[in-house]
Design a protein around this ligand. Structure first.
Ligand SMILES: [Zn+2]
Length: 350
């Protein structure tokens, strides 16, 4: 087997350069669906997006997704016959062995729907089904920041905190399709721990999500902490992670403190995951990356996560586990879904 090189996330490869067989990935989100055609080495040949139009229900969305995929194939002079298998990632909750989406908070009209078999019937292909966060983690494991490791954790920092875990090349779905919920590991067990959107207290997401960062910022301002944020809030702006990043870059101490405190929480959560599975890498994805490794603030955030890990982890993992930002950015979901389909396909082929 050819070992994949790291994929430049925004590049498309020409069909003539593609390693067969080809796989399609469908990454369903609350507002948009990303669809991509990738080759056997995880390189993207074509990709497109469409609106989820959640309120029309899953049948409508799946039908449009297949039509869109057929359109992409057609433009390349291909048909569905050229696709070996299709991967599908959706938000949870789900029953992965049965291919059911159960009660997705972001897709209220999609309850109790056999989404995997619906897609398989519409495209006539084997469909591999995964949690969207695990699909994104698999993408990073296959051709992104985790490509050198057999086991990897990905934390997706955005409105919430998503998580994906790959152990010995396999995404961890768990016994009840509730595995890899890294955003809901407990980092504070006390009675006054923060409330998580899931309804339980003290979870990582209640501290380290963008939503939590905004909440902690509002509390600090209400407590009278001096900050250049106050001026913008008085002028009617909503507090956001971006606003904090801007003010921190201009030298506002409170903004910087709150961002680095977020990094500390991420580091605390990362250590528990490291002590559980001993991954080669903990990869940080999601929109809340403070500019990523291209910005001084992003690098400072990352360094603060690493510092917390070094402080709290066992010596060898503290020294060896790579902590870094994700590589594939917005493409990880469909690439990973296609990758999970590929893994199942090759396993079946023996
Ligand atoms: Zn929770």
């Amino acid at each position: 087997m050819v070992c994949p090189a790291m994929v430049a996330p925004d590049d498309l490869i020409p069909l003539d350069d593609a390693a067969r067989p080809l796989f399609a990935g469908v990454d369903v989100g609350g507002t948009g669906v990303k669809i991509g055609l990738v080759d056997d080495q995880g390189r993207t040949i074509a990709r497109t997006k469409m609106a989820t139009l959640e309120e029309r229900g899953p049948g409508d969305c799946i039908e449009r997704a297949v039509r869109t995929l057929r359109g992409e194939l057609d433009q390349l002079g291909l048909t569905m016959e050229d696709v070996a298998a299709v991967g599908l990632g959706t938000p949870g909750t789900m029953d992965i062995p049965r291919g059911m989406i159960l009660e997705p908070p972001n897709l209220p009209h999609w309850r109790d729907f056999p989404v995997r078999d619906c897609l398989a019937a519409a495209c006539g292909k084997q469909v591999a089904f995964a949690n969207d966060a695990n699909a994104a983690a698999y993408g990073e494991y296959w051709v992104g920041g985790g490509r050198d490791y057999e086991s990897m954790v990905m934390l997706t920092l955005g409105t919430g905190v998503g998580g994906g875990i790959i152990v010995d090349h396999v995404p961890v779905d768990g016994e009840n399709s509730h595995g890899s919920e890294c955003g809901h590991i407990i980092i504070d067990y006390t009675d006054d721990a923060r409330m998580c959107p899931c309804g339980q207290k003290g979870h990582l997401e209640a501290y380290a999500s963008a939503t939590a960062l905004v909440k902690r910022t509002r509390e600090a301002l209400a407590a009278g902490r001096a900050s250049s944020l106050t001026e913008r809030v008085v002028e009617g702006e909503e507090v956001s992670g971006l606003m904090l990043a801007q003010e921190a870059e201009k030298g506002d101490q409170l903004s910087l403190d709150l961002i680095l405190e977020t990094a500390m929480y991420v580091g605390v959560g990362a250590v528990s995951l490291m002590h559980t599975i001993d991954p080669g890498a903990v990869i940080l994805g999601g929109a809340m990356n403070f500019g990523g490794r291209d910005s001084p603030l992003g690098r400072r955030f990352l360094e603060r996560v690493r510092e917390e890990v070094r402080r709290r982890a066992f010596p060898i993992p503290a020294q060896k586990t790579v902590i870094d930002f994700a590589v594939l950015v917005g493409h990880a979901g469909y690439i990973g879904a296609a990758g999970i389909a590929r893994q199942a396909y090759h396993k079946k082929q023996g």
